[in-house]
Design a protein around this ligand. Structure first.
Ligand code: ATP
Length: 603
């Protein structure tokens, strides 16, 4: 390995030297050009040899001129004055003006000999250079572009990704079963012979499925770290190129490098960017196909003696071309789920190691409040908390800093300084109180934790609910009640203010998506039945059932939403007094917590 590193260092030195030489040659060329232009301009241009146009006319009139030499296209004339040996240069305003003189027979009448010449190459050089300049600039720009695309110095783009990583399995919290499965890969990389001697084939590719931020890159790095092999990585989107064929050439280069460094890990993030299902040969699509084909060729190409393991990550497994999943390619697939409660606590612990936490901070209770959060989001919460604590000049990170960090990550930054009109305040107060009250009466919905009308992120106000326990399934009733809770805000606006606002747009968007999924993905409509109506790309696929099905889907979505909206209004109508009371409290205090909210329901 050391040899490889030395080789790379030498290569880098040579490249730097070549670059310096390249720049020097360019500078010298530019210098020579400037010198030539200067020389040619200067030639014969010394003051005593020059004639202005008026001086020339005077000399002609006085009968002193013997001969004039004119070069086609030039405004400089060579003038031979009688009894003067050295020719002078006359500068005329334009060739046209001079031609008029000729036509008026001025030269003929004064016995002046006229000689016309075509310009020599050297005389024309400056104009050649000037006309070539734009082309040269264009060429230079194109070369620069190619260089940026990595054509010029192929391979260099990967240089910073071939380092060995220090990440190990200890840096990954939770995911115990997944780690168990991957330890095998580490063994393959460490002792490939042990497996091949037994006749076992070393796996070539492992696909990691999971939401962004669940730790897929971390796992790939940890495998390389545990096996102490180089980690070469590239993102699928980097293969998508402006120039046709470049994507495929990058794949080739990536694997050339892997072969040189084997045993090693090749990690391709966002593989769906190149690995999505191949389609007809048109434009961008066909470029994508070429890249994918090259990847398949490379994966088929290396033998099991070359211990290269390709790990790829995606959060859209349904998009992948089936050819990628065949034996000998990515035949192992591992799902990386968002962490469960113990997983979240463990991740928080890892990321809290280098942070100063107050003694009473309970990472467990943060883990409880953050169901559905990914590892990256949890790491982000702790980082935000540290920033908030520093801003607040706290000695250590307090529970309040952590609370604020959770809200900042989920809803956005609190915007206390934004001026809000009384009218908007009232509208937001009723809207949020509407959500909170409605969900209080829905058994499947979690209880309210905080209601606020202080703008945060994009929201004018927000209602925070207690986090749900981790669960794998959501029932139909739960989804229906979620729709009611979502529409509680709009229902309150309508009932109290007899007008509705744009503030509910996000609620409506989310509610409509849930209703659509209930019908087309989860088969929860009695009218349509348990049929999946979406294809692998998430597109509606009702054609095979005819137009009636399209009508039925539309009607069912509308029915679900209408029923939920009516139910929300019903709950609020029966709790009008509470709605007014909570909205007034919100207008007065701007924010109410769980206890303050619950007081309204305790008598
Ligand atoms: P993407 O799909 O966006 O590339 P990813 O799944 O590859 O995301 P990573 O980049 O590996 O996610 O994770 C981002 C960061 O989140 C990691 O660097 C790490 O700090 C943290 N993280 C995620 N999962 C875990 C975990 N299980 N244990 C510890 N830290 C984690």
């Amino acid at each position: 390995m050391k040899k490889d590193n030395d080789k790379n260092k030498n290569k880098k030195k040579i490249k730097t030297l070549l670059n310096v030489m390249y720049t020097l040659i360019l500078l010298i060329l530019i210098g020579v050009m400037i010198f030539i232009i200067y020389k040619i301009q200067k030639e014969g241009n010394s003051e005593e040899n020059k004639l202005t146009y008026t001086q020339l006319l005077n000399e002609i009139q006085n009968g002193n001129v013997e001969k004039i030499e004119m070069t086609v296209g030039s405004t400089n004339l060579k003038v031979k004055i009688k009894d003067v040996e050295k020719e002078k240069t006359a500068i005329i305003p334009s060739t046209q003006v001079f031609m008029e003189l000729v036509q008026a027979k001025v030269l003929e009448n004064n016995n002046i000999q006229l000689e016309t010449k075509t310009p020599s190459f050297w005389a024309q050089l400056p104009s050649y250079i000037i006309s070539f300049l734009p082309t040269a600039i264009m060429l230079a720009l194109i070369i620069m572009l190619f260089k940026m695309q990595g054509i010029g110095e192929k391979g260099e783009i990967y240089d910073d990704t071939e380092r060995k990583t220090k990440v190990t399995f200890d840096d990954i919290a939770g995911l115990d079963e997944e780690k168990e499965e991957l330890i095998e890969i580490v063994e393959f990389l460490k002792k490939p012979k042990k497996f091949t001697e037994m006749g076992a084939k070393i796996p070539k590719g492992v696909l990691l499925y999971g939401k962004p931020g669940t730790g897929k890159t971390l796992i790939a790095k940890a495998i390389a770290g545990e096996a102490d092999v180089p980690f070469i990585s590239m993102s699928g989107s980097e293969f998508i190129e402006m120039f046709a064929g470049l994507g495929a050439s990058r794949v080739r280069k990536l694997f050339d490098k892997a072969r040189r460094l084997a045993p090693c890990i090749v990690f391709i993030d966002e593989i769906d960017a190149i690995g999505s299902r191949r389609s007809s040969n048109n434009g961008a699509e066909s470029e994508n196909n070429q890249t994918l084909n090259q990847l398949l060729v490379e994966m088929d190409g290396f033998s099991s003696e070359e211990t290269i393991i390709v790990l790829a990550a995606t959060n859209r497994p349904e998009m992948l071309d089936k050819a990628l999943l065949r034996p000998g390619r990515f035949d192992r697939q591992i799902t990386i789920p968002p962490p469960d409660l113990p997983g979240r606590e463990a991740i928080l612990k890892i990321h809290a190691k280098d942070k100063k936490l107050a003694e009473d901070v309970s990472l467990y209770s943060i883990a409880e409040d953050t169901a559905g959060f990914t590892g990256a989001e949890l790491a982000n919460i702790l980082n935000e908390a540290a920033i908030i604590a520093t801003k607040n000049e706290h000695e250590v990170i307090t529970n309040a800093d952590l609370d604020e960090a959770v809200k900042k990550v989920t809803v956005g930054l609190e915007k206390t300084s934004r001026k809000i009109s009384e009218k908007d305040k009232k509208l937001t107060a009723y809207h949020e109180a509407g959500h909170a009250i409605v969900s209080q009466f829905l058994p499947t919905q979690t209880s309210v934790k905080e209601v606020s009308i202080i703008p945060r992120g994009m929201a004018g106000g927000y209602t925070m609910y207690k986090s749900d326990e981790d669960k794998y399934y959501i029932s139909k009733t739960e989804m229906e009640e979620k729709l009611i809770a979502l529409l509680g805000g709009r229902a309150a606006e309508k009932l109290v203010l007899n007008d509705i606002s744009t503030g509910a747009s996000n609620d409506i968007e989310v509610a409509t998506k849930i209703a659509k999924d209930m019908i087309t993905v989860y088969g929860m409509s009695d009218v349509i039945g348990p049929i999946s109506l979406k294809d692998n790309d998430g597109q509606l696929e009702y054609q095979m059932f005819g137009d009636d099905m399209q009508d039925a889907i539309g009607k069912e979505v509308k029915r679900l939403i209408d029923v939920a909206y009516k139910d929300a209004q019903e709950i609020l109508k029966q709790n009008m007094e509470t709605l007014h009371a909570i909205a007034s409290e919100l207008i007065a205090k701007e924010k109410i917590n769980e206890q303050e909210f619950n007081k309204f329901f305790n008598n």
